[in-house]
Design a protein around this ligand. Structure first.
Ligand code: COA
Length: 212
């Protein structure tokens, strides 16, 4: 436990320096955020422009090591985004899928969470996600590496996990998007997701929860 916390601390400080984590720690003392819960029936989703050059696999420890090694060449915002995802994985949340291009370069990460993953998600992020019905999945924490953005990658990355979910017999998918994340909101609306409700997220004295 102490070892994991020290490893986490090292990851954050060596890649983000002091002020970015300090700002986020301060925010957790008292902060309000808003998220759209977006939902869709899987059979209604549209994927008209799939890229054929990307391959997807469930992320292994070797993939996460490679993702961590690649942090140093990213800009600050991307390092922050990737570290959030590495910590999500280290907190025990399963279901990350990585995308690679034809040369084997990392293109994306996306989590697919099934009802059986709900306990791990609740342990890692208590109070932040709803429980899932037996035919429901959640997609979370998509990240497309900057050089692959604005090229229609979003659709293909989501197709990889949502097609899999549909083949496994799931019928409904939910996702949460911060209200100012225009690329993600547009991407999800294009796929056929609809906004179900606006959820408020609170952080007070280091404890976070959402009005689920
Ligand atoms: C959000 C993100 C995944 C989008 O991936 P992307 O591959 O660049 O998205 P695409 O190029 O496939 O674009 C999908 C749609 O989003 C919209 N979009 C993309 N970039 C946009 C931008 N900068 N501003 C407004 N809309 C944008 C467009 O509507 C686009 O549809 P179009 O092809 O008809 O124009 C990517 O920007 C990212 O990884 N951001 C950092 C992490 C993040 O915010 N994750 C989301 C957590 S909910």
């Amino acid at each position: 436990m102490a070892l994991a916390a020290a490893r986490d601390c090292r990851l954050v400080l060596t890649n983000l320096g002091f002020w970015t984590p300090a700002r986020y720690a301060l925010r957790r003392l008292g902060h309000i955020d808003h998220f759209y819960q977006m939902s869709a029936a899987l059979r209604r989703l549209r994927f008209p422009r799939l890229r054929s050059d990307l391959r997807f696999t469930e992320a292994s420890e070797a993939d996460f090591d490679e993702i961590a090694r690649g942090l140093k060449v990213l800009d600050l915002d991307s390092r922050r985004e990737v570290i959030t995802r590495l910590r999500f994985h280290r907190a025990g949340v399963p279901g990350c899928h990585v995308g690679r291009d034809a040369r084997g370069e990392l293109v994306s990460m996306q989590w697919l969470l099934r009802p059986r993953d709900a306990p791990a998600l609740a342990r890692a992020c208590p109070g932040l996600y709803p429980s899932l019905g037996p035919d429901e999945v959640l997609i979370e924490n998509i990240f497309v590496y900057p050089s692959y953005r604005g090229l229609g990658t979003f659709e293909t990355v989501n197709h990889a996990v949502l097609d899999r979910a549909q083949r496994e017999g799931f019928r409904v998918c939910h996702t949460f998007v911060r209200k100012d994340n225009v690329p993600s909101l547009n991407g999800n609306l294009d796929l056929g997701f609809r906004i179900r409700r606006l959820v408020t997220g609170f952080s007070v004295a280091g404890v976070s929860w959402r009005t689920l």
